[in-house]
Design a protein around this ligand. Structure first.
Ligand code: SF4
Length: 383
């Protein structure tokens, strides 16, 4: 945990072919012409940031293409974006370069092209290995396409493969979740992200829940599913290194770790968020405004917040607590802020946190309350 976190680039591709019922991300439905205009704007944004020297001279340790569905763009467009990113910021020789993909949006040829262009890691949104569960949340694709695209990714030369899974889906049972996990294990990914379904405002799912057409997620069942995942995955050699993330030893996502260890990351693309040198800033969540702003040679930043040392320290603590190993209090700078350390002591007394020397982490009970722990710690600075 004491190793320097490095710095990364996050590239938000704001297109999907359709919107899943639970999804609240900023995105547009993909059209070829809109995609071309977006790519031109994105290249301008990368060049503007390259010229500012904001990230300093050190090359990037990771680049992450997320979305949306990055692979709605052609592999040639993705290769061009990657090449411009490398040109502007440099890349360490063994950098992690991830592309998120929907299994239905890639082919053997496009995967081979992406690998050749320099992508080192692929993250496939499987979500469930049960077709009925996918259909109930309006998720396109099939478990079979996940199986086929994992195999095709390997053939293309990807050795680092993540699969995303969701639990607490409408109609999902402990048994069907166990089956999804088992079928996923058979594909031997290097990394697995397991997310609890949440009902976000403005989604199709939220409307269905409000109209009584779909039951809201059952928290007790989701907790049981989380425990089941940890049991099954740990028995198959996966390490739970963060609340929602498991990996084979040595395959923790470097990009994700940047967020949890106070590393700098620059986000480009509509709605992308950045954290550089104690400043958080974010881009406008509107493709048209994004294009127009960059067309006039300006960066599309719509919000910016220079954190106070206390807030910066608290955020590092909050993010670091997501890691199973925990976080060094000293490295977060928390000991300089008594209100924060007093709250940490209270949470230790309540069996939510535990401390071993400088390291503090969530207890297994505390993991259930990670979000409220974050709120409590942030509020302690305002008391
Ligand atoms: S594929 Fe991902 S980003 Fe696109 S709508 Fe579905 S959940 Fe949202």
């Amino acid at each position: 945990m004491s190793q320097a976190p490095g710095q990364g680039l996050y590239i938000h591709i704001p297109f999907c072919h359709q919107r899943c019922h639970f999804c609240a991300f900023y995105l547009e439905i993909h059209h070829a012409r809109a995609a071309e205009e977006f790519v031109a704007s994105l290249l301008t944004e990368l060049r503007l940031y390259g010229d500012t020297g904001l990230l300093g001279p050190a090359p990037l340790d990771s680049i992450y293409f997320g979305g949306g569905t990055p692979t709605t763009l052609s592999s040639q467009q993705l290769a061009t974006i990657l090449a411009t990113s490398k040109q502007m910021f440099g890349l360490t020789p063994n950098a992690e370069v991830t592309v998120e993909a929907h299994p239905g949006s890639v082919t053997r040829d496009s995967l081979a092209h992406l690998r050749e262009a320099g992508f080192t890691r692929i993250s496939l949104g499987a979500e469930s290995m049960d077709q009925t569960e996918l259909d109930r949340v309006g998720r396109p694709g099939s478990p079979m396409s996940t199986v086929q695209m994992v195999a095709a990714s390997r053939e293309a030369g990807f050795t680092d493969i993540n699969l995303d899974l969701m639990y607490g889906l409408p109609g999902q049972t402990l048994e069907s979740w166990a089956t999804s996990l088992q079928r996923t294990m058979e594909l031997t990914p290097t990394h697995l992200s397991c997310y609890a379904l949440t009902v976000e405002d403005g989604t199709h799912l939220k409307a269905a829940v409000q109209r009584g057409l779909v039951p809201p997620p059952d928290e007790a069942l989701q907790n049981a599913m989380e425990d089941l995942a940890e049991n099954i995955l740990s028995q198959t050699g996966y390490v739970r290194y963060e609340i929602s993330n498991y990996c084979r030893p040595g395959f923790a996502s470097r990009h994700n770790r940047l967020h949890w260890t106070g590393g700098h990351y620059l986000g480009v693309g509509p709605s992308a968020q950045s954290y550089v040198a104690g400043r958080r800033f974010g881009n406008v969540s509107n493709l048209s405004a994004y294009n127009t702003t960059l067309g006039s040679g300006r960066l599309p930043v719509s919000e910016s917040d220079q954190l106070t040392p206390a807030d910066d320290s608290c955020e590092r603590l909050v993010f670091g607590l997501r890691l199973t190993d925990g976080v060094s209090l000293r490295e977060t700078g928390a000991p300089s802020f008594p209100a924060l350390t007093e709250k940490v002591d209270d949470l230790i007394a309540d069996d939510i946190l535990e401390r071993n020397g400088e390291l503090v982490r969530l207890t297994s009970r505390g993991r259930r309350y990670a979000d409220s722990v974050a709120v409590t710690l942030l509020a302690s600075l305002a008391e």
